[in-house]
Every structure is written in structure tokens, then in C-alpha cells.
Write a protein that binds this ligand. Structure first.
Ligand code: HEC
Length: 155
């Protein structure tokens, strides 16, 4: 291949690599004053994620109260509400701003709520449900320790 073509290939590879790194791994972030990674989002995007967070909290409370009463039907419902969202719920533009490890932790949390709901419906074991909730809440702790959300308006 000609020399120019090789240079072109290398330049394209570097560009692609940088874009992949930016959009998939790093996202739109900067170091925050408290040492955490701030994810820079538009106000509506931040609102969307925080709404999801408050739904997580409602599920946690719902599972605990229902498990305490051995009301496994409500455990299933409460956990199911924080299960995997239907595809397309998170717009691509927002997904591109979220770091890979944020998305991984977020998906894992939804998956664990689904698993909790499934096991609760099939096994009806309230102790298992509370134990699974305790484990999945490690994700809440890990993500909150690492990330915060900052609203920025695009100019
Ligand atoms: C993938 C990362 C991630 C996971 C997992 C996660 N959170 Fe969050 N959560 C965040 C971030 C980031 C914020 C914003 C924190 C900030 O800006 O200081 C937040 C904020 C919140 C808030 C505040 C909402 C508001 O309106 O201000 C609540 C409540 C919350 N999370 C609950 C939970 C619970 C409960 C879980 C686990 C079941 C959980 N989160 C799991 C990242 C996560």
C-alpha cells in the first residue's frame, strides 16, 4: 500500500479510537470539587436520571416494608418497578455522556432488581429478598462514591 494510505489508516484508527474512548468509556465528565467525577448533563438529562434514582429509593423501601410483612406479592411489585427499563428509555445522546462504568453499574442494579423480583415470585423467601437487596445496594454506594451529576446548559 502507498505511504499516504498507511498514514491515512493510522490517522483514522487514532480518530476512531479517540471517539470510542470519549463516547463509550469516558463520557462527558470532569473532576469535581469533592474528588468525585462530575458527569456534565443538560438539566433535563440530569432530571431524568434523578427521577430514576428516586424510583430506586421507592423500590428499596417497598421491598423492605413488604418483606417485613412477608407480603411477597408486593416485594415482587416493588422490586419489579426498578427492573431493566425498556430499550430506548435512555436517549443515545445521554448514553454518550455517561461513562462506561456508570452504565455498567446502572444496568447491573436494574438486573439485580429483576432477579430479586423473579426469585421472590418463584421462591417466596423474604430473607433471601432482603439479602439480595443488601447486596445490590453496594451498587448504590459504589456509584454515589464515584459520581455526581452536574447540570450544564449548552451554548
Ligand atoms: C450508576 C450509578 C448509580 C447507581 C447504581 C445508583 N445511583 Fe443514586 N445517584 C447517582 C448519582 C450520580 C446521583 C447524583 C449525586 C450528586 O449529584 O451528588 C444520585 C442520586 C441519588 C438520589 C438523589 C435523587 C435526587 O432527586 O436528588 C437518590 C435518592 C439515589 N441516588 C438513590 C439511589 C439508590 C437507592 C440506589 C440503589 C438502589 C442508587 N441510587 C443507585 C448514581 C447512582
Amino acid at each position: 500500500m502507498c505511504r499516504f494510505c498507511w498514514i491515512l489508516v493510522v490517522v483514522l484508527l487514532i480518530t476512531t479510537g479517540t471517539l470510542v474512548g470519549k463516547f463509550i468509556i469516558i463520557g462527558e465528565t470532569q473532576l469535581s470539587t469533592d474528588g468525585r467525577t462530575a458527569i456534565l448533563l443538560e438539566p433535563a438529562e440530569r432530571d431524568l436520571i434523578l427521577t430514576e434514582m428516586r424510583a430506586f429509593l421507592v423500590s428499596v423501601q417497598g421491598v423492605l416494608v413488604a418483606a417485613g410483612k412477608e407480603d411477597m406479592k408486593t416485594v415482587v411489585e416493588a422490586a419489579g418497578k426498578s427492573g431493566m427499563p425498556p430499550p430506548g428509555q435512555i436517549p443515545d445522546t445521554l448514553a454518550g455522556k455517561l461513562p462506561l462504568s456508570f452504565k455498567t453499574l446502572g444496568f447491573d442494579t436494574h438486573k439485580r432488581f429483576d432477579q430479586l423480583a423473579l426469585d421472590a415470585s418463584q421462591l417466596g423467601d423474604k430473607e433471601l429478598a432482603v439479602e439480595q437487596l443488601g447486596v445490590l445496594m453496594n451498587n448504590c454506594i459504589a456509584c454515589h462514591a464515584q459520581y455526581r451529576l452536574e447540570a450544564v446548559t449548552e451554548d
